[in-house]
Design a protein around this ligand. Structure first.
Ligand code: ADP
Ligand code: ADP
Ligand code: MG
Length: 461
C-alpha cells in the first residue's frame, strides 16, 4: 500500500482525497498556488508545497512543478482529482516514468478515449449507439454544412477537446450552423488549445444519464448504477440524483440493465482501469446515445457512494495500488435515494455570474441524511482564478421524497454570507412541481429561468 500521496488539486476534491487517505492511514502532500495559501486543503494535509502563482497555467497545470514537488516530498502516488491534469495522458505517463503511481486510468485507455471523436469511434466498435454525426472532424465550413444537412437539423457543433460545457453550439439551420462552427472553434481553441470540431444530431428534450464504472488491473469491471444529471445550466450540471426518476417509469424499467451493459462494454473495449463515468443522453422514447467517458473521479460521485455504500476514492487508491476489485456486479445493490446540489459562488439571477470574495459568515447544515463536501469556512476568500463551485450538499433518504425533503431543509439551513451563491435558485428548483414529480429534461433550468416564472422564483427565494 502507498505510504504517501500527493494531491494535485485544490478545493473540495482535494479535501475529499485527503480525507480518504487519512482513513487509510496514508500521509498526504498538498500543493497550492499563492492565491490558495489560506485554503483548507493546505491546512489539513500533512505537508504542503507552493507551486506558483494564482492562474492555473502557472500552478495546478504545471507538470514540471508537480513532479518536482512529488520527488522532493518522496510520495508513492499522485491523485489528480477532477479538472486540471486529471485526464491528461501525458501527465500520467510522466508520473509513471518517474516511478510515481498515477491514481486514474492507464494512459493507453485514456488515449483510446482521448477526445470525443475518438470516443465515438470506440463506442461504435463496442456496439453502443452514438448520436448520428459526422465521421470524425469537420475541417471546413462546407464540410460542416454537408454533414449537418445529411444528419438533419437541429445539430450540435462540438469541440473534440471540449469539457465543462464549453465548445458546443446548437444550430437549427444553415445560417446558425456557419456561425456556430466558427464560435465553437474559437472557444475551443482558447479554452483547450485545440480547435477541432465535429457535428452530431441535437437530441431534443433529453435526459443526461451516466454510469459509474470501475476496473481493476486484473481485467475485472463493474458498474455502480446511474446518476441523472439533467438539471444543468449552460450544459453544466447543477443538481444530480440517483436512481434516475426516468428509470422509475414502467416503460423504461429495463434501461438500467441495458445501459449498464453498454457502459461495461465501453470499459472492456478500452481496457479501462480505475474510476470512470460513461455519459449518455436518453431521448423521450427511451433511446440512449453515448456521449463521452469522463476518465477520472466525477464531481457527483458522492451520490453513488450514498446509495451503494462504496467509498469510491478509497477504491481508486486501492485499485491503483494493485488490489483486485473486492466486489462483483451481483454484490452491487442500490438502496435508497441520494441527491447532490452543487453550491457555486455565482449569482443565478444574473446569468450565473461568478461572485468571488470573502465569506463573512459560514454555517453548514447537518443532521440525519446530510453530507457536506466543501473547503469553505468563515473568513475564507474565494479566489477569482478557479471554478466557482465551493461545495456540494448531498442528502440521502429511503426514497426520493425523503431525500428531497431533507435537501430542502438542509438548503434552508445553509448560511453563506458575503458572496452570492446558487442556493436560493436551487431552493426554488426543489420546490418546483415538475422537479418534485421527477418530470424534467436538460432544458429544465432555462425553462425555470425564462419568462414569468423567473419573477415568481425571485419572490419565493
Ligand atoms: P463532472 O461531470 O465531473 O461534473 P464537469 O464537466 O462539470 O464534470 O467538470 C468537472 C470540473 O472539471 C469542473 O471544474 C470543470 O470546470 C472542469 N473541467 C472539465 N473538463 C475540463 C477540461 N477539458 N478542461 C479544463 N477543465 C475541465
Ligand atoms: P462536456 O464535455 O462539456 O461535459 P458533453 O458532451 O458531456 O460535454 O455534453 C454536456 C451536456 O451537453 C450534456 O449533458 C447535454 O445536456 C448536452 N448535450 C451534449 N450533446 C448533446 C446532443 N447531441 N444533444 C442534446 N444535448 C447534448
Ligand atoms: Mg460531459
Amino acid at each position: 500500500m502507498f505510504e504517501k500521496i500527493l494531491v494535485a488539486n485544490r478545493g473540495e476534491i482535494a479535501m475529499r482525497i485527503i480525507r480518504a487517505c487519512k482513513e487509510l492511514n496514508i500521509k498526504t502532500v498538498a500543493v497550492y498556488s499563492k492565491a490558495d495559501a489560506n485554503s483548507m486543503h493546505v491546512e489539513v494535509a500533512d505537508e504542503a508545497i507552493c507551486i506558483g502563482e494564482g492562474p492555473s497555467a502557472d500552478s495546478y497545470l504545471r507538470i514540471d512543478r508537480l513532479v518536482s514537488a512529488a520527488e522532493i516530498s518522496d510520495v508513492d502516488a499522485i491523485h489528480p482529482g477532477y479538472g486540471f491534469l486529471s485526464e491528461n495522458a501525458h501527465f500520467a505517463d510522466v508520473c509513471e516514468s518517474c516511478n510515481i503511481r498515477f491514481i486514474g486510468p492507464r494512459s493507453a485507455a485514456m488515449n483510446a478515449l482521448g477526445d470525443k471523436a475518438a470516443s465515438r469511434t470506440l463506442a461504435k466498435r463496442a456496439g453502443v449507439p452514438t448520436p448520428p454525426g459526422s465521421d470524425g472532424l469537420v475541417a471546413t465550413e462546407q464540410e460542416a454544412l454537408t454533414s449537418a444537412r445529411k444528419i438533419g437539423y437541429p445539430v450540435m457543433i462540438k469541440a473534440v477537446a471540449g469539457g465543462g460545457g464549453r465548445g458546443m453550439r446548437v444550430a437549427h439551420n444553415d445560417v446558425a450552423l456557419v456561425k456556430g462552427y466558427h464560435t465553437a472553434r474559437s472557444e475551443a481553441e482558447k479554452a483547450f488549445g485545440n480547435s477541432g470540431v465535429y457535428v452530431e444530431k441535437f437530441i431534443e428534450n433529453p435526459h443526461h444519464i451516466e454510469f459509474q464504472i470501475f476496473g481493476d488491473t486484473k481485467g475485472n469491471w463493474v458498474h455502480m448504477g446511474e446518476r441523472d444529471c439533467s438539471i444543468q445550466r449552460r450544459n453544466q450540471k447543477l443538481i444530480e440524483e440517483t436512481p434516475s426518476p426516468l428509470f422509475e417509469r414502467k416503460e423504461f424499467r429495463d434501461l438500467r440493465k441495458k445501459m449498464g451493459r453498454a457502459a461495461l462494454k465501453i470499459a472492456e473495449v478500452s481496457g479501462y482501469t480505475n474510476a470512470g463515468t460513461v455519459e449518455f443522453i436518453v431521448d423521450e422514447g427511451g433511446n440512449y446515445y453515448f456521449l463521452e467517458v469522463n476518465k477520472r473521479i466525477q464531481v457527483e460521485h458522492p451520490i453513488t457512494e450514498e446509495v451503494t455504500g462504496i467509498d469510491l476514492v478509497r477504491l481508486q487508491i486501492l485499485v491503483a495500488a494493485g488490489e483486485k476489485l473486492p466486489m462483483s456486479q451481483n454484490d452491487i445493490q442500490m438502496k435508497g435515494h441520494a441527491i447532490e446540489v452543487r453550491v457555486n459562488a455565482e449569482d443565478a439571477f444574473d446569468d450565473f455570474r461568478p461572485s468571488p470574495g470573502r465569506i463573512d459568515v459560514y454555517y453548514a447544515p447537518g443532521g440525519r441524511g446530510v453530507r457536506v463536501d466543501s473547503h469553505a469556512y468563515a473568513g475564507y476568500t474565494i479566489p477569482p482564478y478557479y471554478d466557482s463551485m465551493i461545495g456540494k450538499l448531498i442528502t440521502y433518504g429511503k426514497d426520493r421524497t425523503e431525500a428531497m425533503n431533507i435537501m430542502s431543509r438542509a438548503l434552508s439551513e445553509y448560511m453563506i454570507r458575503g458572496i452570492k451563491t446558487t442556493i436560493p435558485f436551487e431552493q426554488a428548483i426543489l420546490k418546483d412541481p415538475d422537479f418534485r414529480r421527477g418530470d424534467y429534461t436538460t432544458h429544465f433550468v432555462e425553462g425555470l429561468l425564462g419568462g414569468a416564472r423567473r419573477e415568481l422564483i425571485q419572490v419565493q427565494a
